[in-house]
Design a protein. Sequence first.
Lengths: 214, 129
Amino acid sequence: MSQFSDELSLKELLDNCSDPRKECWESAWRVFVRRYKKYIYDVLFYRCYKYSLPRLKLELSEIINDLFEEVIILLCTNNCQALAKFRARENEAKFRAWLRIICTRKADSYIRKHYVPELLDKELGEMQNFLGSLDIEYRWQFYEDYVALLRRNQKSRRQNSERDINIFNLYVWSDFTMDMITTTPCLSAIGRRVVDVVVNRTRKFLRENRKYSL
Amino acid sequence: MSTSQLPLGRALAFLEFELAGGQIAQTNISEKAFEDLSSFRKRLQELKIPATVEKIFSDKPLAACQTDKSFLQGSNDFLLAFVLLIKPDESLLQKYCEWMTSHLNDCFWCFEVYSEVMRDYFAQSQELR
């Protein structure tokens, strides 16, 4: 079968794309891009679009182009190591699923780096909208990162550090009002003013440490 | 969180109301929810044995839970005991809150469950006032 043909099987295509020493490597990649470009673009688009970030939506087209390049670069890096490691070469559905995961992670990482830090300057509502728009797995990851960051700051500073992190999480992540927070069993002895101080102090800290925050 | 018609958070509010001397009439909630409340009430009575409460709290996890097996997801008993038996006792509350707060910060999955329960608990408590 011609190695320049678009009719290569998945296995043939990936075998040729995974080995830069092959003469037909560049041609194979041209076939790869023709075959999967739309799919990659669609995955990246839908992943980025679901984030509730106004500036992102205005710049979406440019972002998707950047992300597409990053995905291809990732697949080619280190003598196409990522692609070489993919085993199920007879299975188109599995390959697309694997590609989807790569694209999704790339999109999440990009948005986290370029768009989320500015949320710290916005009204809390915007940050809450954003957090609410995340799918559960990304919320989880984000949550752990934020708690780790807050703990790094709190470690040697004051008592009630875990309590303060909990207050902030209930307020921002779960969208609890102050009354709701002070109704929870462990926080029923504190007043609304304490909640207010803790939330504002924590936001200030996150703004000052935004470059470490994500 | 709960397979019954009555979410745990609402049940906590009703039971707390009863413990404070209030009465829940069957007209206040649906028949199925009223039955569920009876089950929760019965379970609370069973939990009042100190050894039972000790056992529940000794089983608490030391770190973040696994994704599909969060401690609070699998245990109505813990929150029943925590809100209705531990909370009124200040020294016990202080003892367990330290763990609880840290665990909710460690474990996103338990935090989500806890938030859902407390949201319902608050809403129902407000209604009962």
